[in-house]
Design a protein around this ligand. Structure first.
Ligand code: CTP
Length: 398
């Protein structure tokens, strides 16, 4: 998978640079062609001789040789590579990459790179969670650069937390997966909704539904793994989004509507898996409603149909996917929704199908395109259904 792949490893000045030795060794074992570029600060942590010996190529640091004027073309390097990986990526280098600063060979090569760029941050936990670093990482992701998130554990400072560069074996697996699956959605803005909404009746009670959010989270993860810049808007669930996904938590249909509208305009692909309440109480009691012996009537009003609103506002180039949960006349009803809400694709599922209900790990879907082409799928794990859905979106949208 990595055989003959031309890979630039950009090493910056972090103690995690020691992990680049096994990383380069593993790449060479996989028969990749590795060119190491080191920042001047990286020399303090690992020697160019080590890197040159392991990679079988002289290490590059200076843009030119001050003695004979011989210079290294960052443009050629940027064109040569199939992939550039900056590992470890310090807060300083991330900030420079995000800001377009080009004061060393690694940075000029990064700016010239035509290939996919991955970066594996390594730093102390407070540096990693600093808003500046977070913003820089988000900016780099919005350029289509792929984050290899640091892991949690003991750091060189003795503190414990997120900031450890990912282990070389795992980085190799990520690169292998990338070269196998490809990068289908580089820098594409993807918006996915997931989970239920809770509509308050009083301060302690609500109307909700059984949606677990599994399907939406799996789709969001799949997009992120394929290079998408993903915003996941989710109602209350027990799930965690993968690192690198921008998770926006909401509770009610109204909040979901607001969050969706805030993100809709810049989204290239929108997938609405959320089980949004169709009705909400007309008014929310300020205090907990006391029981009385009488019958109780709860007045409900319709919520805004977010998907239908997006269908109306959709611009050319935006791809809109809805879900339909139907118990009777499934295909006819789904096709009506597809048409009325001006969707590009609808994913139909029925809780009547065994293994396709709320809260289970499997699902059985039929996908219908806007020209009413149907594809039926077998009962599968929701993780695999997510792959089918993302594959279909790729086929139709990219
Ligand atoms: N949806 C939405 N906003 C709502 C209700 C639903 O965006 N207020 C979206 C869901 O996320 C889903 C699709 O619309 O992608 C279909 O939802 P569904 O509730 O099945 O369709 P409805 O049009 O509400 O029709 P019905 O409930 O009568 O089947």
């Amino acid at each position: 998978m990595l055989k003959d792949k031309k890979i630039i490893i950009g090493v910056t000045g972090s103690i995690a640079a020691y992990k680049v030795s096994p990383l380069v060794r593993l790449l060479i074992k996989e028969e990749a062609i590795v060119q190491v570029i080191m920042t001047p600060a990286a020399h303090d942590f690992v020697t160019p001789l080590t890197m040159a010996t392991l990679s079988g190529q002289p290490v590059l640091t200076e843009p030119f040789n001050p003695v004979d004027g011989d210079w290294t073309s960052h443009v050629e390097l940027g064109l040569w590579a199939d992939l550039m990986l900056i590992a470890p990526a310090t807060a300083n280098t991330l900030a420079k990459m995000a800001g377009g600063i080009a004061d060393n060979l690694l940075l000029t090569t990064y700016l010239s790179a035509k290939c996919p760029v991955f970066f594996a941050p390594a730093m102390d936990l407070d540096m990693y969670r600093h808003p500046t670093t977070k913003q820089n990482i988000e900016k780099l992701q919005s350029f289509g650069n792929q984050l290899i998130a640091p892991t949690e554990g003991e750091l060189a400072s003795g503190l414990c937390g997120a900031g450890r560069m990912e282990e070389p074996e795992n980085i190799i697996n990520i690169l292998k997966e990338f070269f196998t699956k490809g990068w289908d959605f580089p820098a594409k803005k993807i918006m996915v909704t997931a989970g239920p909404t809770f509509e308050a009746i009083d301060p302690v009670r609500f109307i909700g539904n059984h949606s677990s959010g599994l399907m939406g989270f799996a789709i969001a993860n799949e997009f992120a793994e394929r290079g998408g810049d993903v915003t996941l808007i989710s109602g209350p669930t027990a799930l965690n989004a993968a690192e690198g996904i921008n998770l926006v938590g909401v509770t009610s249909a109204d909040e979901m509507h607001k969050a969706c509208m805030e993100n809709f305009e810049e989204a290239d692909i929108i997938v609405m898996t959320a089980a949004v309440a169709d009705y909400t109480p007309e008014s929310v009691a300020e205090e907990k409603i006391k029981k009385s012996g009488d019958r109780m009537v709860l007045k409900l009003k319709p919520t805004k149909d977010i998907l239908a609103e997006m269908g109306k506002k959709k611009k050319p180039g935006q791809f809109l996917v809805g879900f339909a949960l139907e118990t009777e006349d499934a295909v006819t009803n789904a096709e009506k929704k597809l048409k009325n809400k001006k969707l590009d694709l609808i994913v139909l599922n029925s809780p009547k199908d065994e293994g396709a209900a709320f809260g289970v790990e499997t699902n059985k879907v039929t996908m219908i395109t806007k020209d009413f082409q149907q594809t039926k799928y077998d009962l599968k794990l929701k993780l695999d259904v997510a792959i089918d859905i993302v594959d279909k979106i790729k086929e139709l949208s990219v």
